[in-house]
Design a protein around this ligand. Structure first.
Ligand code: FAD
Length: 322
């Protein structure tokens, strides 16, 4: 799984190098040639590293997805992740990628719409956020947890390489803008980590990021924590801008981390108070957790702000439910 995402574009990079060159240029001296050459070299080298790591030197990729229609994709491989979750990789046409903006997800349905129907006879549709980068060429990857009583997750876990799934997107969630906030708290539960992971990996890939991210990630047991290695590696790489707090409902005796549900005390301890400007709280977890912390979602709509966050004084503008 690539941790490096296209968080900044070459045009932005060169513009910022240009801006830096203007600000850094001594105003009284007239011969700017050595400085210009030096900055040009630094900018060129920076762009070379950026371009080779992201493939930005190639022409922009076409999107394999359609926001208005389901497109059928073939399952390439399934790799078990833990006791109830697996990574599913679907093939995209050559030279295409998902091009999903941050933050956004896709919705999926069975390739045969007759195969999975809800009580009203409509095809079952569920949202998923890929764990692969938006510019991943030829593939899209999902980490999906199987719920024994779940309709779609159980169906996807029954698929074998060569089987198909219909995918539609992007479904826009929160239009993430670099450095719009001083602090972003991400509250996740179980497989609700994937939309939050999309935001974190995208934001931290940019050398210009100054936003501090705090992830409060709750799970039942240590074995349930998804993407832990990736999150720990990111926190190690970005100690000033990412803090990860794992909370377990049923920890083993040797667990040294936080325990219990995320409640008012946990929020008061870790989250910037509602009086602080330029902060936001993102919530994505099981429906019960979202309702208890931030109020019930109304289908794909936000629904009213409620729960613990409302009681602590957070407003609808300061909370986003995925
Ligand atoms: C924006 C977004 C992105 C998502 N991305 C992912 C992802 O990348 N990977 C992933 O595995 N899931 C993801 N989900 C959750 C996913 O959409 C489904 O809700 C989940 O797979 C269960 O669907 P189901 O049809 O199997 O279960 P359902 O038939 O809808 O529900 C069956 C039972 O499971 C419970 N249940 C439903 N959803 C959850 C849940 N999320 N947590 C705990 N219990 C639940 C229900 O209360 C019910 O009892 C995402 C959700 C959202 C909103």
């Amino acid at each position: 799984m690539s941790l490096f995402r296209t968080a900044f574009r070459p045009s932005v990079l060169t513009a910022r190098v240009r801006q830096y060159a203007t600000e850094a240029a001594p105003k009284t001296k007239s011969n700017l040639l050595p400085l210009t050459l030096a900055l040009g070299g630094v900018g060129g080298l920076g762009y070379y590293v950026y371009a080779t790591r992201t493939g930005a030197a190639s022409p922009p990729l076409a999107s394999a997805l359609n926001p208005d229609e389901f497109v059928t994709f073939s399952l390439k491989k399934v790799v078990p992740y833990n006791h109830n979750s697996s990574t599913f990789t679907f093939a995209l046409p050559p030279n295409t990628s998902s091009k999903l903006p941050v933050a956004s997800c896709v919705v999926v349905q069975a390739a045969d719409p007759e195969a999975l129907k809800d009580k009203k006879g409509n095809p079952v549709v569920r949202p998923y956020t890929p764990t692969s980068a938006a510019d991943n060429t030829g593939e899209i990857e999902f980490l999906i947890k199987k719920y024994e009583t779940g309709v779609m997750s159980k169906y996807i876990h029954s698929l074998k390489p060569g089987d198909s799934l219909k995918i539609k997107g992007p479904i826009h969630k929160f239009p993430y803008k670099e450095n719009e906030f001083d602090e972003v708290t991400l509250i996740g539960g179980g497989s609700g980590i994937t939309p939050l992971y999309q935001v974190i990996t995208h934001a931290l890939a940019s050398p210009f990021n100054t936003t501090k991210f705090k992830l409060l990630f709750s799970n039942v047991t240590e074995e349930d924590i998804l993407l832990r290695e990736d999150l720990d590696a990111l926190a190690k790489k970005h100690p000033k801008t990412l803090e990860v707090v794992y909370l377990l409902d049923k920890p083993k005796p040797d667990w040294k981390g936080a325990t219990g549900f995320i409640n008012a005390d946990v929020i008061k301890k870790y989250v910037a108070p509602p009086s602080q400007e330029r902060t936001i709280v993102f919530v994505c977890g099981p429906p019960g957790q979202v309702a208890a912390l931030a109020g019930k979602k109304a289908g794909f709509q936000q629904g009213e702000i409620g729960g613990v966050l409302k009681e602590l004084g957070y407003t609808a503008e300061q909370v986003f439910k995925f």
